[in-house]
Design a binder for this molecule. Structure first.
Ligand SMILES: [Zn+2]
Length: 531
């Protein structure tokens, strides 16, 4: 595992010096001929990630860096890639990924790279591994994909409060969380993530998050949140996020934005109006989104008051948020044979009403866990159909929305299909954005939304994370029935200049790096010591 460092760009510099000194074209030609050999993509249709129109060009990469773009003659030693008729784009940056789970067992990261993803951003929903541990793991087991992480509020909260987390934190506890967060930020976290719909985040007050967000802002970090409600209390949850952005003076990103309750359907425009107003006010609010009408989470998340005996609440959930015939268990440890079945099917088998079935499933999943257990891992996971295609299309078109998968190796098909699907559905089929705009939402916009530098564009000096695909053939094939079906049309994927994916499978190269955020403190608290 290498860590990110600046590499010399011999060829690029040589050409630049030539241009600056105003030397003749012949000298530049000779300088170019003296260039280092590298990987040369010939006659590619380049979509550079900026949103600009495609151009037919050659692209040369040397030493893991994009060295040259234009009309480039091959030299001896070049590895030539015939890109005729194919799109060459920056590798996709997945701003909300769970592909780190199981990555050491599957370092080829097929779920991610097979869809064109070259950087996964983990530590989401408030849950993260301590960065020193993550670095150690990546140094021990090199992987095919780049990894960056947020520091998870929930993980920090657990480290401080342990099993006694179902309450607001004391000022001393918040101070202890700040100290832990500072360590993570200094170690290279991109910022702070929260999962305010999950335990233990759901029990915190906004002040706690603001205190931590202020610390994050001091390090130039960002805030990303699985907000407190994606359904019943969505508007309040958005206001809480905006308040955090306003008070902590920090960029705020809404994780996997969605309108996941029938009452909100059709209101995407209104939501975007609110977000645009906040941006006018000076709050740097952005969002990411995955291209599916169904989510994956836990059954318990559907009950914000955590009252798993409330039959009326269960009826409300099935009526407004996720109908029983669209609520499919993806894992269920108490009885693994139930995986793949919907709550409606289980209700029919058990001959009891659907709402009762829902409560019974939650009860059985957690009945063996002692009340004082500090184990917050879920014993079940579920997919639920709660969103509509037109809402997703509207949210995707917002200029501040980038694409994410929220996926992993198991479960929801987004883990293998999100990026190709976004192209198929919203560019090819619905034509709500152009291919250039969509690529922008998968690359440089995503880099901007996470603070990652020198990636996400095809531009000299940028890291050569690249995806080569056939627009006519690109298609997601992953489904609920076959979640790990590989996408078609992804011809090749390069990470830091090394090819990690061929259409037939992984190459066995593990060039992924840990991407650190520079940990320079930008605005320390004013000193109280007398000079
Ligand atoms: Zn989430």
């Amino acid at each position: 595992m290498k860590f990110v460092q600046n590499k010399p760009f011999y060829v690029f510099c040589l050409v630049c010096i030539g241009l600056m000194t105003g030397c003749a074209t012949e000298d530049i030609r000779q300088a170019t001929m003296r260039r280092q050999a590298g990987t040369l993509f010939e006659h590619a249709t380049v979509i550079d990630g900026s949103g600009a129109n495609r151009q037919l060009q050659d692209v040369l990469i040397v030493d893991g860096v994009i060295a040259q773009i234009g009309d480039i003659a091959a030299i001896a030693g070049d590895r030539r890639i015939d890109a005729e008729g194919l799109i060459l784009a920056p590798g996709f940056i997945d701003t909300h990924s769970h592909h780190d789970r199981g990555l050491t067992e599957q370092p080829h990261a097929t779920a991610a790279v097979s869809q064109g993803v070259t950087t996964i951003i983990v530590g989401q929903d408030g849950t993260s591994v301590m960065i020193d541990e993550l670095k150690k793991s990546l140094a021990t087991v090199p992987v095919a994909v780049n990894v960056a992480t947020y520091a998870g509020h929930g993980s920090i909260r657990t480290a401080v409060m342990g099993t006694d987390y179902k309450r607001t934190a004391t000022p001393q506890e918040v101070a202890a969380m700040v100290a832990l967060l500072e360590k993570e930020m200094a170690s290279g976290a991109l910022g702070l993530s929260t999962g305010l719909e999950y335990d233990p985040g759901i029990y915190c007050d906004t002040e706690e998050v603001i205190a931590l967000a202020k610390t994050t802002a001091n390090y130039g970090g960002r805030y990303i949140s699985h907000i407190r409600s994606e359904d019943r209390a969505f508007a309040q949850a958005i206001e809480e996020l905006l308040l955090i952005g306003r008070q902590a003076k920090i960029p705020v990103q809404i994780s996997h934005i969605k309108l996941a309750i029938t009452d909100l359907w059709g209101q995407a425009d209104r939501i975007l109006e609110r977000l645009n107003a906040a941006r006018k006010e000076g709050i740097d609010v952005t969002a990411d989104i995955y291209p599916y009408t169904y989510w994956e989470s836990t059954l318990t998340v559907l009950f914000p008051d955590r009252d798993f005996h409330d039959l009326d609440e269960a009826k409300y959930v099935l009526d407004k948020i996720a109908p029983a015939d669209g609520l499919t268990l993806t894992s269920y440890q108490a009885d693994p044979s139930l995986a793949g079945k919907t709550v409606a099917e289980i209700a029919t088998e058990r001959k009891i009403p659907e709402a009762e079935t829902l409560l019974q499933l939650i009860h059985d999943a957690y009945k063996d866990r002692p009340a004082d257990s500090d184990d917050m891992s879920s014993q079940e996971s579920v997919m639920g159909v709660s969103m509509t295609e037109p809402d997703i299309a509207t949210l995707i078109t917002w200029e501040h929305t980038n694409i994410c998968s929220d996926g992993g190796i198991e479960g929801h098909p987004r883990g293998y299909g999100a990026f190709p699907r976004a192209i198929c559905k919203y560019v090819k089929e619905m034509a709500v954005v152009s291919l250039e705009e969509m690529i922008h939402k998968m690359t440089s916009l995503s880099a901007g939304h996470t603070g990652i530098k020198n990636r996400g564009m095809i531009k000299p000096g940028y890291a050569s994370d690249l995806v080569l695909f056939d627009y006519d053939r690109i298609k997601d094939n992953a489904s609920i029935e076959e979640h790990d079906a590989l996408a078609s049309g992804i011809v090749g994927v390069w990470v830091n200049g090394e090819r990690v994916w061929e259409e037939t499978g992984p190459t066995g190269a593990y060039p992924g790096v840990f991407i650190e955020k520079s940990s320079i403190m930008i605005s320390a608290e004013p000193s109280t010591t007398r000079q």
